[in-house]
Write a protein that binds this ligand. Structure first.
Ligand SMILES: [Zn+2]
Length: 142
């Protein structure tokens, strides 16, 4: 299922790098949300279970799949500025590689987009929603 990165894909990544960081950022944030949904569906399975995720690189057209253990995935999600991408899918100046394996890279967003990555962290919003909504749900039940 995996294909080598095409020349067209590389060209697009280069354009993103040139000046449209926030465009790449949107893609990353969307794919992170998608992976969070996959993670929550896997829910009850143990930490050694494997998750079938999608690449979170800045190339919005990249739908490459990544198989990562739940444990590794949880370790990455502890940092709102970190994203999971395929090897060689890192975006150069806007992020740095913090972990490298044969199957995936963990990249950390740097500069202005790091702040946006934190603001848009689905876990951050999830926690807040939980705090607000749980008592309301309890009131409806009783
Ligand atoms: Zn990718």
């Amino acid at each position: 299922m995996t294909q080598p990165q095409s020349e067209a894909t590389k060209g697009r990544a280069a354009r993103d790098r040139a000046g449209a960081e926030s465009e790449g950022m949107r893609g990353q944030v969307l794919f992170r949300q998608l992976n969070e949904q996959i993670r929550s569906l896997a829910g009850g399975f143990g930490l050694d279970a494997e998750l079938d995720l999608v690449c979170e690189c800045t190339n919005g057209g990249c739908f490459e799949r990544l198989i990562v253990s739940t444990e590794d995935y949880e370790a990455i999600r502890r940092f709102p500025t970190r994203f999971l991408v395929k090897p060689r899918h890192d975006a150069g100046q806007v992020e740095r590689i913090v972990e490298e394996t044969a199957h995936f890279l963990v990249v950390e967003r740097i500069g202005a987009d790091a702040e946006a990555a934190i603001q848009l962290d689905p876990r951050r919003r999830g926690r807040r929603r939980e705090l607000v909504e749980r008592p309301l749900v309890r009131l409806e039940v009783t």
